[in-house]
Write a protein that binds this ligand. Structure first.
Ligand code: PLP
Length: 497
C-alpha cells in the first residue's frame, strides 16, 4: 500500500514515510491509494478479538510496510489497561432504544484523541527506524484543547522526539488549560496564542511548509512531524473503533451481520467522521454518516449547499473542541469524491486560502449528500440535551457528545429513520465540568472547578478519572502567551535555532 498526496497524485510514499512527514511537501494530505476491503466474515471475526488485536488486524491492511511484530509492538503498548480505564478500550454503552454510545474517552486524557495519540508515538518511532531517519523528530501541534493534551501524554519522554503545543488562549476549557499547563516530561512545551484554533492551525501549517525553516532544520538534524489529524497515523487508529463497534453489536445480537447502522459524529476538523467514512468503504454496513456541529456550522452549510465558506463569525462555545472553521480532513474526503482529482483539489483549496471560500461541483455535492447528513445546535440546546438524557436515562454526557445526540434526535424526527445508530461519545463529562454541571442542575454555579467535578460525581455516579483528580495538586509549568505572528520565531527559539 502506498500513499498519495491530495494535491499531487504522483506523490507515492510508504506509510512509514507518510507518518513521519505528517503532511506532504505540496501542502496536501496523505491518503492510501486504495481503500482496503474487509468482508463481513472478517468483521465478525474481529468481534472475537481483544481491542489491540482488532487494531492490529485493521492496521495490517494499511501499514503494509510494517511487519506483524512491529504492528503488535505498537498495538500492545498502546491499547492496554495500563493506559485505558476499561478492558474494552472503546466502551459501547447500550442506553437508548436502538442507540448506542461509543465511549471513546476512557484513556489518560479523557477524550477520544487518546485512541489515536496513545499509538501515534509508537507508529512514529517505528516508522523513523524503518526509514533510517536518524534525526530528532519535533512534533508541532495546534489544538482546540483535547489534541494538545493527548499528544503531550503520548509523546512525553519518548526518546528521539520533542513536542510543542499551541492552543488558543481563550478557546479551551479551564480543565483543558490546566491539563496542558501542568504537563510533565522533559521534552514538552506548551504555549498559548492570542487568537482562535484556526490561527493556531494555520500558523503550524505555515511553519511546516516554510522553505527557510525547513533548511534550518535540515542543517541541525531535526525534522518536523504532526500529531494533528492531518497525519495519517492519527486517522487510521480511528477507523478501528468503528469496525470494532459494528462487530460488537453483531456479537451482542443487537444487529444481524450485514444490517446497516447510522454513525453520528460530533465534528470539528472532520477527522473522526472521515475515519467512519473509511470504515464504511472498507465494508462496514453504514446507512448515513451524520455530521454534527455546534454554531460554528460551516460543515452543515457545506453539506446542504456544496459551498464551503469560512467567512463568517467565529463563536466560542461550550463544545470548544469543535470551534473550528477550517476542517482540514475534508480535503481527504473531497479528493476521494472527485475520483482523486488533485488538480481540482488544488483549485478549491487554493481558493479557500485566498478567498476563504469554494464551491464543489454538482456531482460531488450529490455524492456528499448521498452519504452524509449535517446538522447543528447552539449552546442552549446542547445543555438542554445533557439535562434531558440525564433525566430520561440517568446518563451523563459531555457537551460535544450532546451536540451529536441533539443533531441525531433532529435527524430521526425529520426522516423517521429508525436504523440502529452509534453515536461517537468523544469526551468525559468531567472535562467540561462547568457547562455539564450547569446543564445537569439547570443553573450556573460559582463553585470552583474541582468542587464542580465533585458535584458531577454525586449526580452522575461516574468515577472521577484519576488523571483529572490529580491535577489539583500539580504545579503549572507553562504560562507563555504570544501573538499569532510570533509563532514561527517562538518555534525556532524553542529549538535553539
Ligand atoms: C477533537 C474533538 C472533536 C472533533 O473531532 P474532529 O476529528 O476534529 O472532527 C469532538 N469532540 C471532542 C471532545 C474532541 O476533542
Amino acid at each position: 500500500m502506498f500513499y498519495n498526496s491530495t494535491r499531487n497524485s504522483k506523490v507515492k510514499v510508504t506509510s512509514a514515510e507518510a507518518i513521519t512527514q505528517g503532511i506532504s511537501v505540496d501542502g496536501g494530505l496523505f491518503v492510501p491509494e486504495t481503500i482496503p476491503e474487509l468482508s463481513l466474515d472478517e468483521i465478525k471475526a474481529v468481534g472475537d478479538m481483544k481491542y489491540a488485536d482488532r487494531a492490529a488486524y485493521i492496521f495490517a491492511k494499511y501499514l503494509t510496510d510494517f511487519t506483524e511484530a512491529e504492528i503488535h509492538h505498537c498495538t500492545d503498548n498502546a491499547y492496554s489497561t495500563k493506559n485505558f480505564e476499561t478492558e474494552s478500550i472503546a466502551e459501547l454503552a447500550h442506553l437508548f432504544d436502538g442507540t448506542y454510545m461509543l465511549e471513546l474517552w476512557h484513556g489518560p486524557t479523557c477524550a477520544f484523541k487518546d485512541m489515536a495519540l496513545q499509538i501515534l508515538p509508537y507508529f512514529l518511532t517505528t516508522s523513523a527506524k524503518k526509514i533510517n531517519l536518524d534525526k530528532k523528530i519535533v512534533i508541532l501541534v495546534a489544538t482546540s484543547g483535547d489534541t494538545g493534551k493527548a499528544a503531550l501524554e503520548g509523546f512525553k519522554d519518548v526518546e528521539g522526539t520533542s513536542i510543542l503545543v499551541f492552543y488558543p488562549e481563550d478557546g479551551v476549557s479551564p480543565m483543558q488549560k490546566r491539563q496542558m499547563k501542568t504537563q510533565e516530561g522533559s521534552n514538552v512545551g506548551v504555549c498559548a496564542i492570542k487568537g482562535n484554533f484556526d490561527d493556531c492551525q494555520n500558523g503550524v501549517k505555515a511553519i511546516f511548509t516554510n522553505e527557510e525553516v525547513k533548511q534550518q532544520l535540515a542543517d541541525n538534524g531535526i525534522v518536523f512531524s504532526s500529531a494533528n489529524s492531518i497525519n495519517w497515523g492519527r486517522l487510521v487508529p480511528q477507523v478501528v473503533y468503528y469496525v470494532s463497534a459494528y462487530a460488537e453489536l453483531v456479537k451482542d445480537g443487537e444487529i444481524a451481520l450485514g444490517d446497516k447502522i447510522n454513525i453520528v459524529v460530533p465534528t470539528g476538523n472532520f477527522g473522526n467522521i472521515l475515519a467512519a467514512y473509511y470504515a464504511k468503504h472498507m465494508g462496514v454496513p453504514v446507512n448515513k454518516l451524520i455530521c454534527a456541529s455546534n454554531v460554528n456550522n460551516v460543515l452543515t452549510d457545506f453539506i446542504n449547499t456544496g459551498v464551503y465558506d469560512r467567512n463568517r463569525k467565529f463563536y466560542a462555545t461550550v463544545s470548544p473542541s469543535m470551534d473550528i472553521l477550517i476542517s482540514s480532513n475534508l480535503e481527504r474526503l473531497l479528493y476521494l469524491l472527485t475520483g482523486r482529482d488533485d488538480a481540482v483539489i488544488r483549485e478549491w483549496f487554493g481558493k479557500l486560502a485566498s478567498e476563504g471560500k469554494y464551491e464543489v461541483s454538482a456531482d460531488v455535492k450529490a455524492k456528499l449528500q448521498e452519504e452524509f447528513c449535517g446538522g447543528f445546535c447552539d449552546d442552549e440546546q446542547t445543555k438542554a440535551t445533557i439535562h434531558a438524557i440525564y433525566e430520561k436515562y440517568g446518563y451523563t454526557c459531555d457537551t460535544h457528545t450532546a451536540v451529536a445526540v441533539k443533531v441525531y434526535n433532529d435527524y430521526r424526527e425529520a426522516t423517521g429513520d429508525t436504523t440502529k445508530t452509534v453515536i461517537a461519545s468523544t469526551a468525559s463529562p468531567y472535562k467540561f465540568s462547568a457547562a455539564v454541571l450547569e446543564a445537569l442542575e439547570g443553573k450556573a454555579s460559582d463553585i470552583d472547578e474541582y468542587a464542580k467535578v465533585d458535584r458531577i460525581a454525586e449526580l452522575s455516579k461516574l468515577d472521577i478519572p484519576a488523571a483529572l483528580a490529580d491535577l489539583k495538586n500539580k504545579p503549572e509549568r507553562f504560562s507563555d502567551v504570544i501573538d499569532k505572528a510570533d509563532q514561527k520565531d517562538y518555534v525556532l527559539k524553542a529549538l535553539g535555532l
